[in-house]
Design a protein around this ligand. Sequence first.
Ligand code: ATP
Ligand code: MG
Ligand code: MG
Length: 377
Amino acid sequence: MQMLVLGAGQLARMMALVAAPLDIHIRAYDVVSEQVLHPVTGERYEQNLAQAIAASDRITAEFEHIPADVLALCEQSGKFFPGKKAIECGGDRAKEKALLDGAGVPSAPYVLVTERTHLDQAIDELGLPLVIKTCQAGYDGKGQWRLKNIQQADDIWQEMRAFLDKDTAHSIICEKMIPFDREVSVIGARDAQGNVKVYPVTENEHTDGVLSLSVAGIVSQDIQAQGIDAYHKIADALDYVGVLAIEFFDVDGELMVNEIAPRVHNSGHWTQQGVYCCQFENHVRAVADLPLGCTDLLQPSVMINVLGQAAIPKQVLATTGARSHWYGKTVKPGRKMGHINVSADTLHELGERLNELHEHLSEQDYPGVESRARLLM
Ligand code: ATP
Ligand code: MG
Ligand code: MG
């Protein structure tokens, strides 16, 4: 089977690495350069988008910010999963909120803003502080403002207006700042028959708006049950096919959705060794209409992001249960260059392994490893 992935980054690469043993061959379409590429070697194919669509049995995506004309072409082919609507809900926070409200899943109270009076209304209705996000752009915490006191309102409004003026299709959302205890995510796969398999809920630590570390195997059954319930409501509402990720705030033991991602997700990279069938394989399976693989936890696991580093320290491989995943990208400050997965039979042993790893991973470059080791040991 031939599969086309929209986007040619590390997520397409990791899909391709597990698709090959299933006899599924992946090509990636880079929407920026408009080239069709091999997602692992970077080799370029002499094919345009229309030819790549025609030559593919199935089409999917590794990200949600896809130009409308590309999305329309893929949708018309009838081969595209999870499809245009799901991708649009992930790429536009206004559509995402409408989806969540319609599915009856709680998320942060909000006001949509296209003019100044809406901002004043948001301050009145939601109170301060506010988290303000562009609806159609933004990832890794980019395209956001924090309005903490009323004196900042005029300055932030100037920046918001500059963004809105760039394109009449732009909108902005103001959300109540949620005083969460922690952030977790739920990742699962749904197939075309409506079968669902959900991975263990992951706890996520962010540093400067970017995911730094994910831990699987530590949440309560109650949190897991809430995550599964929300997953079913959202995936069913979209008649979703593929892997869908949902980010949540845990507020006093109650889950509230932050946002969804209609794709495989950074907080699910630990599944490459913590379960039998990882998120990349289950995504490919769902899109290819193959049976979904088991998502039960084999071992508690941690994923450590490698951000802006030129290489992963080779010594980490000496730790039992630790493995290196390198994406082969050009290094830039803060860029996601790779990740390290580590697993163990028990949480205590996982803590010991993190403690060992931390000797090679400085706190500045790999925040949270040492403190997580102490928490687990
Ligand atoms: P991603 O890379 O996950 O797609 P993003 O740019 O889409 O990130 P969000 O996930 O919406 O951004 O927000 C980034 C982070 O900001 C969240 O993980 C959370 O820590 C914080 N945050 C976002 N919205 C709120 C909110 N309403 N209340 C409190 N904190 C928030
Ligand atoms: Mg996002
Ligand atoms: Mg997010």
